[in-house]
Design a protein around this ligand. Structure first.
Ligand code: FBP
Length: 382
């Protein structure tokens, strides 16, 4: 037991107090960046509380070696095949999502704002996430233009090589209920984010802020989609992104995630599709967060996510920030995407506001969506 506590304290010190202590020990610090002295105090407080819990034989008995297999490559090792500026852009997105993960976990949030333990109001978490991503992209020097669902304009970043469109925090309606949420991004070559399509993507990614923090990416020059885990186990690999999974197939299977369900009231095709799932005893797995709801299709290797439009509930998902990047991931992972008649990667992105209905999943399941829902109640973008 004494050995375990000693190694924990060492892990604390080795992995750089600030990064480690802040999320676990002191919410206020992570967000409010209080003066150094209180950092030391917080650090000390955190060590003390962990020793107590260690002493109490709690689940915190840590081994000095990481739970993650040391043979698994880190992000930096895995991505070294890619074009250097694309590497920089992707590493900037991973760094931003790591920071967002800590901030989400350490802030008590309601819909409009976040509060630290001193009750000081902070930026709403999606605005905070938005700023963190812009800062990291600017610092990369490889990003010419960036745009986000929070700030839907083409914003010059002062770098060159790639442009990034992102939804800083998807699932705004479920963040206060502490459900898993995520960040979605797409990387295009050059400096424009309109007058393009998803077919021109160089890479895309989706961070899932759930019990674990994972990031799934797909990138030109590599087949399939690839999952990374943010190591958070006080080991020597603490704070690193380590490769944990490769997603290459999404097969037919009875798992469905039905978005915009109110659309079944005035979209007969959607009503028919929904009843097909019920009649055939499909498993309902829907949280209201597109990121975890789509991520499960790759992890389970089966099923379908739909968000059809209807006359009373028009399409709400934005092609630039959400639909095209996720379409790129799903198609690289061996699945199919559709707007009712074609791949979402072929939807022209004429403005940052373009929206579309979507289906993602196994080829057979998406074909059924096109057959029953299709474009009967929706005019796809040409
Ligand atoms: P935000 O971009 O505003 O978060 O909206 C997107 C979203 O929350 C998706 O994550 C989710 O799949 C969908 O809206 C939920 O739609 P609905 O409530 O109609 O099922």
């Amino acid at each position: 037991m004494k050995a375990a506590c000693a190694c924990l304290a060492t892990a604390l010190l080795c992995s750089g107090v600030e990064a480690f202590v802040a999320p676990a020990g002191s919410r206020a610090l992570a967000i409010k960046s209080s003066p150094a002295s209180s950092l030391a105090q917080a650090g000390a407080r955190s060590v003390a509380s962990r020793q107590q819990s260690c002493a109490a034989g709690s689940a915190l008995r840590m081994s000095s070696t990481s739970q993650v297999d040391s043979a698994q490559p880190t992000l930096e090792e895995w991505i070294s095949f890619a074009e250097p500026k694309l590497q920089k852009t992707m590493i900037a997105m991973f760094a931003a999502c790591k920071e967002i993960a800590y901030k989400i976990r350490t802030a008590s949030c309601d819909k409009m704002a976040c509060f630290n333990e001193f009750g000081d109001e902070q930026l709403a978490i999606d605005v905070l996430a938005n700023n963190v991503i812009f800062e990291n992209l600017k610092a990369s020097g490889a990003c010419a233009t960036a745009s986000s669902e929070e700030t839907p304009v083409e914003d010059p970043m002062g770098g060159s090589g790639y442009s990034v469109a992102f939804d800083p925090l998807d699932g705004s309606s479920i963040i206060d209920t502490n459900f898993a949420v995520g960040t979605i991004f797409g990387v295009w070559p050059g400096d424009r984010l309109v007058g393009i399509t998803g077919r021109q993507l160089s890479a895309a990614g989706m961070a899932v802020y759930g019990p674990r923090t994972t990031m799934t990416v797909a990138i030109e020059g590599a087949e399939y989609a690839h999952e990374f885990l943010l190591v958070d186990d006080f080991s020597g690999r603490h704070g690193q992104w380590v490769k944990t999974n490769t997603f290459s197939t999404i097969e037919d299977g009875k798992l469905f995630a039905p978005g915009n369900l109110r659309g079944t009231q005035d979209n007969p095709g959607y009503n028919q599709l929904f009843n097909y799932y019920l009649d055939n005893k499909y498993q309902l797995r829907y949280t209201g967060g597109m990121v975890p709801d789509v991520n499960q299709l790759m992890v389970k290797g089966k099923g379908i996510f739909v968000n059809p439009a209807s006359p009373s509930a028009s399409a709400k998902l934005r092609v630039l920030y959400e639909v095209a990047p996720i379409g790129y991931l799903i198609e690289k992972a061996g699945g199919k995407s559709s707007d009712g008649e074609k791949s979402v990667l072929d939807i022209p992105i004429s403005t940052t506001e373009v929206r579309s209905q979507v289906a993602y999943g196994a080829v057979g399941e998406v074909d059924r969506f096109e057959e029953l829902v299709g474009t009967k109640m929706y005019t796809p973008l040409k």
